[in-house]
Design a protein around this ligand. Structure first.
Ligand code: TYM
Length: 329
């Protein structure tokens, strides 16, 4: 039996090169080997206020982008989170075995709290409990592994913790899911501030490469990204965060090691090196966009319909187990 993997991306903003390298690319590579359940997390998308039309548009764009990046619905079970009944119910059962302390320790929550001047009363409760919804997404399919970038590791630890509690308290046998985080590219950094994560919600658009950026604009973003004054290409994350980030991006896109990349550019200046990175990124975006713009609404609907019943069956099966465990059945 193939190992089962779950992965999701929140339906806020446009997908970035960070999402591609940290998550989508790995799912595309692993779809031959694993039984993958991949979804657009629209329920996670309403954690913070969002215009309903924008949310709908984000969901459509993300699904099309996944397919354009190489997600194949003949291999991967692709879906929209809210289409499958059970995510919010699984979430509720898990809240009963979670505690506030654990949730308040989540780095992502603490970051948002700081941005909100530490005023907890004004933070939507959804933001605090969001990691439980994520744990529910994973346990609903009884996954063995979860493909994510480094920023989601802490949420995975909570999921594992909840799975262990669920099993021991209610005599169940859910798998304890392992995080699958690639050793390179699991944290792509912002272009102008390479000490922070590249993010789809960054207010400065020049920090981020979006997969639907005009390739010329993307090239410009790479050419003007922040580096250092040494003008020598080598990998040192602490001393040279900008160059190291570009090396990571290039090595992942080209499918070569950092050493091979460094070797290729050891006699180049930054301008030459950046030009090569810019070209590789632009080429990747062109390939993705060519497919993206050829997809129709019907193609996307067909992709969603393809495995809907199988996905729902699996979700219902696991939800029933939990309901039985809790005494509802
Ligand atoms: P989200 O939408 O913030 O990010 C989606 C995926 O992309 C990865 N990622 C990155 N990887 C490398 N470098 C970056 N700069 C970068 N930015 C984002 C994230 O680690 C993630 O893997 N809570 C999740 C979505 C989710 C989920 C799930 C994931 C909901 N339920 C169940 C797995 C399983 C989130 O907000 O990811």
């Amino acid at each position: 039996m193939k190992k089962r993997i779950v992965s999701g991306i929140t339906a806020t903003g446009n997908l970035t090169l960070g999402n591609y390298i940290g998550s989508i690319k790995n799912l595309v590579i692993k779809q031959n080997e694993y039984d993958i359940f991949m979804f657009v997390a629209d329920l996670h998308g309403i954690t913070l206020p969002i215009d309903p039309n924008e949310l709908r548009e984000n969901v459509r764009k993300q699904l099309a982008t996944f397919i354009a990046c190489g997600i194949d619905v003949n291999k991967t079970k692709l879906f929209k989170q809210s289409d499958i009944q059970g995510h919010t119910e699984m979430f509720y059962y898990l809240t009963t075995i979670s505690n506030e302390g654990q949730l308040k320790r989540m780095t992502q929550f603490k970051d948002k709290l700081i941005k909100n001047n530490n005023k907890t009363e004004q933070i939507p409760l959804g933001l605090l409990v969001y990691p439980i919804l994520m744990a529910g997404d994973i346990l609903l399919y009884n996954a063995e592994g979860v493909i994510v970038g480094l920023d989601q590791k802490q949420h995975l630890e909570l999921t594992r913790d909840l799975a262990i509690k669920l099993n021991s308290k209610y005599n169940l046998n859910f798998k304890i899911p392992e995080p699958i985080i690639s050793s390179f590219g699991s944290k792509i950094m912002a272009l102008k501030t390479p000490t922070k994560k590249m993010s789809k919600s960054d207010s400065d658009l020049n920090e981020t490469i979006f997969l639907l950026d005009d390739p010329k604009v993307a090239k410009e973003k790479i050419m003007t990204s922040l580096t250092d004054s040494e003008n020598k290409v080598y990998y040192d994350k602490d001393k040279k965060p900008g160059i190291s980030n570009l090396l990571t991006i290039l090595s992942v896109i080209k499918g070569i090691t950092i050493e091979e990349c460094v070797n290729e550019f050891k006699n180049s200046n930054y301008k030459e090196f950046k030009k090569s990175v810019a070209e590789a990124v632009a080429e990747l975006l062109e390939t993705i966009q060519k497919k993206y713009y050829s997809l129709t609404d019907e193609d996307i609907q067909n992709a969603l319909d393809k495995n809907r019943n199988k996905i729902q069956q699996e979700a219902s099966l696991n939800l029933e187990k939990v309901m039985k465990g809790f005494g509802m059945r």
